[in-house]
Design a binder for this molecule. Sequence first.
Ligand SMILES: C[S@@+](CC[C@H](N)C(=O)[O-])C[C@H]1O[C@@H](n2cnc3c(N)ncnc32)[C@H](O)[C@@H]1O
Length: 332
Amino acid sequence: MSPGIADGQPDALDLLTAYQHSAVVAAATLTGVADAMAAGESDSVALASTLSLDPRAVRALLGSMVALGLAEAKGEGHVLSETGAPLATDHPRSISAIVGKEWFFYKVWGELPEAMVDGHARVDPWQMRLGDDPQQALGFLRALDDLAGLFGDELPGLSGITEGGTLLDVGGASGSHSAYLISAVDGIEATVLDLPEVGVLVEERHPEVAFVAGDLDQPRFGLAEGQQWDIVLLANILHDHPPAKCRELLASAFELVRPGGRIVLYEWVLDDNRDEPPAVALFALMMMVENEGGNSYTESELRGWLEEAGFDGVELRRGFGPIAGVSAVRPL
Ligand SMILES: C[S@@+](CC[C@H](N)C(=O)[O-])C[C@H]1O[C@@H](n2cnc3c(N)ncnc32)[C@H](O)[C@@H]1O
């Protein structure tokens, strides 16, 4: 259930103060409190001393963590609850890198009222992010890989890919989705195309995936004439861009798919009324503040752009999560 929605009935004041929940999760994770608790420290004074934090703040944080179900009182101290355990870095389903990514957005969303007036993103384009603060930008892309690790196993089923072949994962970051496809479908040979700074992440996270440096702003993404793949994947790419750029990206992708081959989009797809599914409707605002001209798009918009680029046989498949698979074929 989302914060502020009890018994299906939203409460505006609860929705307003839900920011406190996010901040408690971030404070517990980013200060090291969750890691120290996972390592066995349960006393607030000892936590404050070990982590150089204010003892009164740590005691209040622990109380808030109990209030939110992230911690439980045990003896004289506190331990992480089952809900709070993934805040620790060493947890097998750790969300600690994802917390870093969301904390970045927490501050960006603070500028939403101003962004509503001018319609501009509050985050620099990827080239600048990777140049100005590579640690933050690469940390963000690691968090995307962690998210894919938790939720991305739907992609092979949603992609419609049943046979092996060469696959180009455009803007594929660390190769999370390629790796899923390699393990789910025999004979997939995947290559991530991304900005040059991102190559280290593919090596670090998914060395079974090849890497080629490219640029979405160049025709054919900077690849040579004549290079073609059986499958071109654009996962979480179109929503970063305005419609005119999406159409350009799909035109480049068309050239890179061999005749008879397939394009796969893994995208947050809105219904035509633009308010369902709920997570995708919220994602449209997220894209507005994160990427200049970004948005969530509808099935009919995606279908229209794919057909305009020359693809046919467009099919959309939805799973349990907010991201859908859209596939289409380049005619022979
Ligand atoms: C939203 S992330 C999507 C990552 C991955 N496909 C996924 O689904 O998790 C956007 C990706 O596009 C890449 N990107 C952004 N601008 C690019 C450009 N001009 N050329 C190549 N890649 C770019 C980023 O480095 C990043 O990996």
